[in-house]
Write a protein that binds this ligand. Structure first.
Ligand SMILES: NC(=O)c1ccc[n+]([C@@H]2O[C@H](COP(=O)([O-])OP(=O)(O)OC[C@H]3O[C@@H](n4cnc5c(N)ncnc54)[C@H](O)[C@@H]3O)[C@@H](O)[C@H]2O)c1
Ligand SMILES: [Zn+2]
Ligand SMILES: [Zn+2]
Length: 369
């Protein structure tokens, strides 16, 4: 048992409270990681607001980066001292995991959103021994230490700035993978990306890498549209000021071949389908609250359009994250432009900056070196 500094959500939609709590020692199949930095993602807010029912109190955080401190007896993938990033967890045994689609793991919920290990125990407890949900995305990295497994730890090179790397484990790999792994557009194919947050901007950078044209970004915030243009969008549209569907049809001579929904808003999802040429493909990434419904005119899909849900960019993190790091080193995937750092005690400021749209990807430095 070790003492850790962690940010705890105690009640629905409540603040993140930084406190010292207890973390188990790693079991034989677990790894203890010193978390140096951890990204803030919209999915953290969705769970704070109980759109996904992880039991509270809970420690969230799922884009950690740090150094391996201790490994269980059965661990062979990493050794103490290895720099790693933390990503989502999966079983590694089901059909989808075997086929390279761990984002669609049969046991995704149990591994990422149950708040405990598979045997029901939590890795975390309060100062008086009370239960606190842990294992969020197999990590709960809003803490200066985390327990993870071989399935959701990815080794990174020793010469990269580790504090920048955590967001590769969720938002960034999701947006980039949606283009590179899921949609796989040919060079010259048109794409419209709705929502220029961390996910959408990663998709825009990836669309530029694969040679999409035009690359149309839709958002309602000027600062995000400006960054979208800098990172590769050939056209930007203010979704609050213009009819985005009409504008996209004009810019693409009848409709985009591909679109991505990265806002989680049903009305925008509908636009992302309606802006498509026939037969175009819309990738749905935005994670709306469970129970959210959307309406379409059936004929808008009947004539050959496809809607595809995408989890974590269809990537195998051990393969894809190193590729993204290479692209970043070559200067063609500058995801660091999305990041602003915050001290751990300022986590609520980071959350506010993300929710207000002022900052695209806040990263919390835990202060641990
Ligand atoms: N499927 C997955 O595996 C996965 C992984 C990571 C994140 N997500 C989800 O993806 C979504 C995006 O995440 P993010 O971190 O980029 O969030 P974000 O809040 O940074 O980005 C959302 C963007 O949508 C814009 N927006 C709001 N209303 C709009 C409108 N009417 N038209 C166009 N744009 C509008 C916002 O201004 C913002 O820039 C979230 O729902 C998140 O939970 C899904
Ligand atoms: Zn996320
Ligand atoms: Zn699985």
């Amino acid at each position: 048992m070790v003492r850790v500094k962690a940010a705890i959500v105690k009640q629905k939609s409540g603040p993140f409270v930084v406190e010292e709590i207890r973390l188990d020692d790693p079991r034989d199949d677990e790894i203890l990681v010193h978390v140096h930095a951890t990204g803030v993602c919209h999915t953290d807010f969705g769970v704070r607001d109980q759109n996904y029912p992880v039991p509270l109190p809970a420690v969230l955080g799922h884009e950690g980066a740090g150094i391996v401190e201790k490994v269980g007896a059965n661990i062979t993938k990493v050794v103490p001292g290895d720099p790693v990033i933390l990503t989502y967890a999966s079983c590694g045994r089901c059909g989808n995991c075997h086929q390279g689609l761990p984002g669609f793991c049969d046991d995704f919920y149990a591994h990422n959103l149950a708040g405990c290990r598979l045997d029901g125990s939590s890795t975390l407890s309060g100062a008086a021994g009370e239960k606190i949900s842990g294992c969020f995305f197999g990590q709960s990295s809003f803490a200066d230490r985390a327990i993870v497994t071989e399935r959701n730890v990815v080794k990174v090179p020793k010469d990269v700035p580790l504090d920048l790397m955590g967001p590769l484990g969720c938002g960034i790999q999701t947006g980039a993978g949606a283009v590179i792994n899921t949609l796989r557009p040919r060079p010259g194919a048109s794409i419209a990306i709705f929502g220029a947050g961390a996910v959408g901007l990663a998709a825009i950078m990836a669309a530029r890498i694969v040679g999409c044209s035009p690359i149309i970004a839709v958002d309602i915030k000027d600062n995000r549209l400006a960054l979208a243009e800098e990172l590769g969008a050939t056209h930007v549209l203010d979704g609050a000021a213009v009819d985005a569907v009409e504008e996209i049809r004009v810019l693409t001579d009848g409709g985009a071949l591909y679109s991505l929904e990265c806002t989680s808003l049903p009305t925008v999802f509908r636009q992302a389908v309606e802006c498509l040429r026939i037969p175009g493909v819309c990738g749905l990434i935005g994670a709306a609250a469970l129970g959210t419904e959307v309406t379409f005119e059936m004929a808008s899909i009947l004539f050959g359009r496809t809607v595809r849900g995408i989890m974590q960019g269809d990537c195998v993190p051990d393969v894809f994250v190193p590729q993204l790091i290479d692209l970043w080193r070559r200067g063609v995937f500058p995801f660091d432009k999305l990041i602003e750092f915050y001290d751990f005690d300022d986590i609520n400021q980071a959350v506010h900056a993300s929710e207000s749209g002022a900052v695209i990807k806040p990263v919390i430095r835990t202060g641990r070196k």
